[in-house]
Design a protein around this ligand. Sequence first.
Ligand code: ATP
Ligand code: MG
Ligand code: FE
Length: 345
Amino acid sequence: PLVLGIESSCDETAVALVRGDGTIVAQAIASQEAEHAPYGGVVPEIAARAHAERLAPMIAKVMGEADVSLDDVDAIAATAGPGLIGGVMVGLVSAKALAMASDKPLLAVNHLEGHALSPRLADRDLAFPYLLLLVSGGHCQILAVEGVGQYRRLATTIDDALGEAFDKTAKILGLGYPGGPAVERLALEGDPRAVPLPRPLKGSAEPHFSFAGLKSAVLRAVQSGAYSPADIAASFQQAAVDCLIDRLTRALRETGPMPALVVAGGVAANKTVRAALETLAGEHAMRFSAPPLALCTDNAAMIAWAGLERIARDGDDFAGDPLDFVARPRWPLDPAAEAVRGAGA
Ligand code: ATP
Ligand code: MG
Ligand code: FE
């Protein structure tokens, strides 16, 4: 099957055509970094307008490049949440219109499910179950992924997501937006042991993450004037990695042996994070899988892929979602998981 995917939940407008065998036939991605940079973060209204301007011509371009028409497409998948609701609505309504015009099924995709399954798009031998670290701008969770649609949340953040902590650290250091890649670059020139920073919840019996205290400690370190920005960036990154490893080790004690450790979401693009996770996987005799960098941050191929996973799972029983599917600003992957303080759906 061939699925058209649309992503518009944050500040990336993205369109992709993906085949059931994982071939990305064509794709386009437009970042809104320039529009949001003056504000130091994503402005929802600006994001929604930019998606509305760009999406239709991008769909036309991707279809044209692949030389396919809607007749050749088996379903139209769009992010239906969670995310900034104005942008989500632009993508979802566009997909509904295309589905209606072509009489093809609509797939309302959970953006987090797109991230969670993206490693299987890149690594076709990756089987269920796997232990997933989902680290992005809005989420920091550990999930046991048991199958398509079967996600058991083991941990979430009780305050900030890790991507958010990277972005705030970048802001404090005056590195601008988006922060993750800038902090990673600066950290290359710093000493990860130079600045004493906390590892919130490290060693704790409770399963969750916390990054607010780390962010405040970064602010105090900058204000003290005692450390170079590079040392602060490197020490922050190391503290964050130590927290990830500690919490994953705890989760593994809870699950027992798992065949694979998988990382997804924007922070998975970080090389220090990837290296530490790969080492941890090796120590536990687990396969390690991480998508290529372009599939870590927001993209439409992962949305089309999540749709294809559902088509493959359901076989002859496959049915699309109703055309009145409502965009969801919040949409947890594991609805049974208990709500915790702060963010973290
Ligand atoms: P969510 O998926 O939770 O809705 P989002 O879509 O905004 O949030 P992603 O696009 O998956 O998140 O990831 C963006 C986040 O990843 C940003 O916080 C960014 O700073 C972070 N990030 C990107 N590259 C890196 C990197 N190399 N190192 C650390 N963080 C990074
Ligand atoms: Mg983005
Ligand atoms: Fe995302």
